[in-house]
Ligand binder design. Structure first.
Ligand code: ZN
Ligand code: ZN
Length: 296
């Protein structure tokens, strides 16, 4: 199983605190490096986490609010100073992507590397490789906003004992069966369902900033949890979610684990957040800055 790792770089909402920086999530898989949101201070958080800013392949911006994008100009300017050469893809909501470009170019900036701007619209597959893909999921907030889901593709593995038992040793047959194809072998049809089994791919969803909405099932949920339930009115006014709502989402999706994210600076103690979430969903953590999690 290939390692799939996420690192929380910033976990606060709206303004930073001494303990929490502004939203940014780093994901590593199969030599690829992705960044979701670039809150102010993200490049320093990358350094503290021991992650190279120049290695990032693509950046996915959820929406055009300051706390999620103020780190982008600084990060790009540093990539330029470090003489980055490889292309950088930047995905952002269609209706505001031009404003994000203005933000980057407000100070003269002619990058030494190609910057490829990709508008995001609706539910689409944005990045597709042999082993995984990344898709956008429309969320609901005061401006156009998308959640992003990383999904490892399901894989077929060989039932080696079964194949050995009937004496199949040909790797070309193995390859076809693994691709889900039937094979004719010595007058007999070998079906993939008899000689392979499916290993489900892992998935993680980054869902900020939003009120609770319909979401596709994922194993690991990173969800807006800006307020406790006693501030539900405030959550509705600002189009955010409460901790209880985040827990209800994780439960409904049948998730393995929930990370509470985009924590309001008013909450300094994790305990009260965890208490409220655990009334609904047991396997929950409050995401912490510079925390790396291996997703199994
Ligand atoms: Zn925010
Ligand atoms: Zn926002």
């Amino acid at each position: 199983m290939q390692p799939l790792r996420i690192t929380f770089l910033g976990t606060s909402g709206s303004v930073p605190t001494k303990e929490r920086g502004l939203p940014a999530l780093y994901l590593e898989y199969e030599g690829r490096r992705f960044l979701f949101d670039v809150g102010e201070g993200t490049q320093r958080q990358l350094l503290l986490a021991g992650k190279s800013p120049t290695s990032i392949d693509a950046i996915f911006i959820t929406h055009f609010h300051g706390d999620h994008v103020f780190g982008l100009p600084g990060l790009l300017h540093s990539m330029q100073l470090n003489d980055r050469k490889k292309p950088l893809y930047i995905f952002a909501p269609k209706s505001t992507i031009h404003r994000i470009r203005w933000l980057v170019h407000a100070i003269p900036f002619s990058p030494s590397f190609p910057v490829i701007w990709k508008p995001v619209e609706g539910n689409s597959i944005l990045w597709d490789e042999k082993l995984f893909y990344i898709e956008s999921v429309p969320l609901k907030h005061s401006t156009e906003v998308y959640g992003y889901v990383f999904r490892e593709k399901d894989r077929r593995k060989l039932k080696k004992e079964e194949l050995d038992r009937i004496g199949v040793k040909d790797w070309r047959i193995y390859r076809k069966l693994k691709a889900g194809e039937s094979v004719l072998w010595e007058g007999r049809e070998l079906k993939p369902e008899d000689f392979t089994y499916v290993v489900k791919g892992r998935s993680v969803g980054y869902f900020v900033d939003t009120v609770p909405v319909e979401l596709p099932p994922v194993d690991y949920v990173i969800h807006d949890a800006t307020f406790l339930s006693n501030e539900e009115k405030k959550a509705r006014e600002t189009l955010h979610s409460t901790v209880r709502e985040a827990a209800e989402v994780a439960k409904k999706l049948g998730a393995k684990k929930l990370f509470l994210f985009h924590i309001s600076p008013r909450y300094r103690e994790e305990e009260e957040l965890l208490r409220e979430a655990r009334e609904v969903f047991e396997n929950v953590e409050v995401a912490k800055d510079l925390q790396t999690v291996e997703l199994l």
